[in-house]
Design a protein around this ligand. Structure first.
Ligand code: FAD
Ligand code: NAI
Length: 475
């Protein structure tokens, strides 16, 4: 007799593990199947985010920022550093330790919530009495049955045709996070989120970095004014970003990688580098899931088809996170995981796609929520804009970090906040205030009337809200 569960979650990334925890909190008997292997072949819960995504990238961004500050930033504060050395081995080991702490944390949470954890690949076998039969192929093979199935199998890096990832010379996000020696020359294809974050890490550590981007505009999804400000900062740092390029043949050999490309003027170019990181987006992952066995529908991109509530075409089969439509973000996956568990329990389940924040953890950081100015213009919506530069913020001056601004967009008539866009110091934290405000349908005036601590970077948020009504106090 197969083991029976109320809920089986396939995939233990931020979507899956959070769904499992919420379902267990709601009193269900829950199993989670995840196939990720650590270096020793054991389980490593947390998916892409924990193992080769959000967490290790932020660990390296932090370490590389410390290195850059020590080398270039401290002098302004009257601190002299001599004999600065980089121990890349130790830096990577620290990053691995941070990953392990997060893996272990999820294992602990599973035990605490009495979730049965299976290490192996989960695949659909058939619809069965009482739900669906799922095969778990790990060290051993067994079949379990779940009344509800939540698919949270995530995504994989997209490769360029003719340039398969070897993780030696041509790297995905995985290889990009464990380069053992700082490459003298590094190329990235795609100046999206990974291109900018990973490009920043290796530039700070000493690589000469070139980013080749197909689109003619920089960070097209970001508010234009903010993207322009960010580009200026990256140019100043020496991150070479080529826009409007067409990438041609890529040859990889013992000496590195040679990339043929055409620049925006149509001129043929060749770039020879030690390593190449390809960061041109990610593809939904259903490898080995065997969706055909039960007739689970996929769309033309290979994503599992779901409605607004994460319901698939099959009764009691749900899908969340990177494997479905919508932004590929850990917190979006988590929100969907919680909402689905609550829907299974007959509750309402709430995900507001209009208030999902985005953060790019470069320096300056970029963060936004809601609509951009170009989107509002395209919609023909009447809006008011207010901006405030960090240059006029006392805390930013004390930090010595005055690049960037906060920008508010509010409805011209009702003053409801429609979007908040930031580039500057610690805006990954500042954006939360804007998310809360938008979730509560606040007006710009609401933020402008709230007392913000002085001196704090958050005063730039208040001042930008005041700027909507053309009454900044410090600018
Ligand atoms: P995943 O995290 O991909 O997890 C899926 C899990 O399912 C994996 O463990 C996989 O092994 C397992 N699996 C797949 N198929 C099966 C199967 N058949 N059986 C068993 N197990 C299976 N997002 C942010 O919000 N903030 C960031 O700062 C951020 N940084 C990132 C940096 C990088 C370099 C990358 C690559 C991504 C980053 N992301 C970030 C995106 C984020 O990692 C994803 O949006 C998030 O991990 C999606 O969660 P998920 O649960 O849907 O899938
Ligand atoms: P992306 O979608 O952010 O950027 C890909 C870039 O590659 C785009 O600018 C695109 O125009 C460009 N591109 C596509 N094909 C190309 C080609 N043939 N030649 C040159 N350029 C090409 O994807 P990325 O950076 O791979 O990241 C994947 C996803 O992971 C992100 O969209 C995001 O959802 C998530 N992520 C989130 C992070 C965060 O929240 N801070 C950090 C890193 C990743």
């Amino acid at each position: 007799m197969s083991k029976q569960f109320d809920v089986i979650v396939i995939g233990g990334g931020p979507g899956g593990y959070i769904a499992a925890i919420r379902a267990a909190q709601l009193g269900f008997n829950v199993a989670c199947i995840d196939e990720w292997k650590n270096a020793k072949g054991g389980p490593a819960l947390g998916g892409t985010c924990t193992n080769v995504g959000c967490i290790p990238s932020k660990a390296l961004l932090q370490s590389s920022e410390h290195f850059e500050h020590a080398g270039h930033g401290f002098a302004d504060h009257g601190i002299k550093v001599s004999g600065l050395e980089l121990d890349i081995g130790k830096m990577l080991a620290r990053k691995d330790q941070v990953v392990k702490q997060n893996n272990d944390g999820i294992t602990y949470l599973f035990k605490k919530n009495k979730i049965t954890s299976f290490h192996g690949r989960g695949s659909f076998v058939k619809a069965a009495e009482g739900g669906y039969e799922i095969k778990v192929a790990g060290a051993a093979e067994e079949t379990i049955v779940g009344k509800h199935i939540i698919v949270a199998t995530g995504s994989n890096a997209r490769a360029l045709p003719g340039a398969a990832f070897d993780e030696e010379n041509i790297l995905s996000n995985d290889g990009a996070l464990r380069i053992g020696a700082v490459p003298k020359k590094l190329a990235l294809i795609g100046s999206g989120v990974i291109g900018l974050e990973m490009g920043s890490v290796w530039r700070r550590l000493g690589s000469e970095v070139t980013v080749l981007e197909a689109l003619p505009t920089f960070l097209g999804a970001v508010d234009e004014q903010i993207a322009k400000e960010a580009k200026k900062a990256f140019d100043k740092q020496g991150l070479k970003i080529e826009l409007g390029v067409k990438v041609g043949e890529i040859k990889s050999g013992k000496k590195g990688v040679s990339i043929a490309w055409t620049n925006a003027k149509g001129e043929a170019q060749t770039l020879d580098v030690d390593k190449l990181i390809v960061s041109i987006g990610r593809v939904p992952n259903t490898i080995g899931l065997n969706p055909e066995a039960v007739g689970l529908a996929l769309d033309e991109r290979g994503a599992i088809t779901v409605d607004g509530d994460c319901k698939t075409n099959l009764p009691n089969v749900w899908a969340i996170g990177d494997v479905v439509r919508g932004p590929m973000l850990a917190h979006k996956a988590e929100e969907e995981g919680v909402a689905v568990a609550e829907r299974i329990a007959g509750q309402h389940g709430h995900v507001n796609f209009n208030t999902i924040p985005w953060v790019i953890y470069t320096h300056p950081e970029i963060a936004w929520v809601g609509q951009t100015e170009q989107q509002l213009k395209a919609e023909g919506r009447a809006y008011k804009a207010g901006t405030f530069p960090f240059l006029a913020n006392g805390r930013a001056r004390a930090l010595g970090d005055t690049t960037g601004m906060v920008k508010f967009l509010a409805d011209a008539t009702t003053d409801e906040i429609l979007g908040v866009h930031m580039v500057g110091p610690q805006v990954s934290e500042l954006i939360s205030e804007a998310v809360v405000a938008m979730e509560f349908k606040a007006s710009a005036e609401d933020i402008a009337r709230i007392c913000h601590a002085h001196p704090s970077l958050s005063e730039a948020t208040k001042e930008a809200a005041l700027a909507v009504d053309k009454r900044t106090l410090n600018f």
